[in-house]
Design a protein around this ligand. Structure first.
Ligand SMILES: C[S@@+](CC[C@H](N)C(=O)[O-])C[C@H]1O[C@@H](n2cnc3c(N)ncnc32)[C@H](O)[C@@H]1O
Length: 260
């Protein structure tokens, strides 16, 4: 599959052994790594042009679900978009505030502390995005359906939803299962894949910062039905961010759907 930094892939990492600890999955798994998130994800840049393209021509504001520290929100704001960055992690949103101020776009980005499973009142808009596998925090089809239905209600007709997700390949699972890997950045990851439950528990640690997060996947080919049921028409599906069409294979997929 395409290599993206973070969320275990063997490439550009070295196996350094098997750790003895197994931290619990926490309510806000990003709290423990907010300070190192940008270091962890420094190599992840390939999706920025995709989300910029999706948001081109938007009347806005762009609603970013799981806005994090602004990795996508800040480039969008630098392109002139107003962004509402919804995230349940206060430490991630604090980083976003600092970074947006440093980039000179604080006035264009509004952090909204909220859970994506219980979206607050938000303005209707023509763009909603959920970059970098945010929807993998939804644990089952019922939660996915509720979320997509709530997003459809936020969008004006023909408004766009764009997101990307991962369905790991068998090789991803086989080559990283249970192994402590160190990335060139020094960030350590350990993936525990449960293929039957389609669930990943991922430990991340770096210089005293550590977390364990739980992520869920569905076969990529399932997204069209989920989107259709929630009132969306799929406009484009890609097997990554270089424009290659999605043909149902495992790996990353990126979706653009319009509210009917
Ligand atoms: C992988 S990060 C992506 C951040 C940003 N979109 C990016 O591309 O760098 C996932 C983000 O989703 C947020 N998140 C996870 N579960 C959430 C939930 N249930 N409600 C709101 N935000 C959530 C996390 O706090 C984190 O900031």
């Amino acid at each position: 599959m395409r290599t993206r930094a973070s969320i275990s892939s063997r490439s550009r990492s070295s196996v350094i052994g098997r750790p003895v600890y197994r931290p619990a999955v926490s309510q806000d798994p990003y709290a423990g790594i907010a300070a190192i998130y940008d270091h962890w994800c420094a190599e992840v840049t390939e999706d920025v042009p995709f989300y910029r393209m999706v948001c081109g021509g938007a009347d806005g504001p762009v609603i970013e679900i799981g806005g994090g520290t602004g990795r996508i929100a800040i480039p969008l704001a630098l392109s002139g978009h107003r962004v509402l960055a919804v995230d349940r992690s206060r430490p991630m949103l604090e980083r976003l505030r600092e970074r947006a101020a440093a980039a000179g776009v604080a006035e264009l980005i509004e952090p909204v502390e909220a859970d994506l499973e219980h979206l607050p009142d938000l303005p209707r808009t023509d763009r909603v995005i959920a970059p970098f596998r945010v929807l993998m925090h939804l644990q089952d089809d019922a939660a996915r359906a509720r979320f997509l239905t709530a997003v459809a209600a936020l969008l004006v007709p023909d408004g766009l939803l764009a997101f990307d997700v991962l369905e790991p390949t068998r090789a991803d699972i086989r080559t990283t299962q249970g192994l402590l890997m160190e990335r060139p950045s020094g960030v350590r990851e350990k993936a525990r894949w449960d293929e039957r439950a389609r669930r990943l528990d991922l430990d991340v640690s770096y210089r005293g910062h550590a977390t364990t997060m739980r992520l869920h996947w569905v076969p990529g080919a399932r997204w069209p039905a989920l989107l259709d049921d929630a009132g969306f028409e799929v406009l484009a599906a890609y097997a990554g961010f270089a424009g290659e069409p999605f043909r149902g294979e495992r790996g990353d997929s990126a979706w653009i759907a319009a509210r009917r």
